[in-house]
Design a binder for this molecule. Sequence first.
Ligand code: CUA
Length: 319
Amino acid sequence: MRRTLAVVVLCALVLAGAAFAGEPGFTPVEPASPNADRINDSYLWVALFTGAIFLIVQGTLVWFIVRYRADRRTREMEGAQVHGNTNLELAWTVAPVLILVAIGSFIFYKLPGIQDVPAADRVEVQVKGYRYYWNYTYPNGVIAVDTLRAPVGQTTRLQISAPDFDVIHSWWIPALGGKFDAIPGKTNETWFSPERPGTYKGQCAEFCGIQHAVMRAEVEAMPQEEFDAWLADEAEAQEAGTSDLGEETFRGACGKCHGLAGEGDIGPKLAANGLVADAEAVEQVVRNGRNQMPPVGKDWSDRQMDALTTYLKEELVGG
Ligand code: CUA
């Protein structure tokens, strides 16, 4: 009996170690934005108290089990009859109040820095969640899918929503701040300011349908000059119809169900389908949906629709 228990405890300890060290483990990702830093600070502050309470409660429990076990007493023997202990009762009333005050004050102190968008220069991006991709629009009209580019050291303000014909999704890049729902007909606001260049990964955090699991998001943080240059070049390329927007849109909006090479998966095979080269037929299906397929591009701009139909004609059908 004791040996079994020892083995179980040992296994639990070994697994806990792996879970904490692993990637992804139980510990939060390394924050990379001031609001995420503050969320992480709050997490650590609360964990300090809950960790201590866990150790005190479990430690006392184990100690009592060992110290006061029945031993040689018979089943009928009654224990000592205890009626109240004023000091103990005061302690377990006052201590939790103090702990809640400590947690509450710390959180309220940190909250404005998490929630309030810094007023300084910022990039504004519209984020819209669709089944099963993210569509971003920059103020100069540039459109991007799933991968959002942003400058390091500058605030990017996100206005998050979903079109009224879609469902609720949830925007979450853990290293860059909290989770915000993308709700049809409602706009939520959040922000981030990447502290260093890098690619920060996220995942739609609201179950939204069959391909929810592959509805990933990514923020690519790059130096300011590089970002400005990209945004300007991309605007020109998208206006001229020479950008990668078509491919990006295909990967995000079509490929997740029809296969990245159009080989078919959840949705039918597209690669050998003659209809795919017919821009009007494609637009018809994309705007209205068909059978199980949602109207993934019902409210797309002509720019995005043209980019997709051109990509399909030239790349997928091999015209
Ligand atoms: Cu979108 Cu889950």
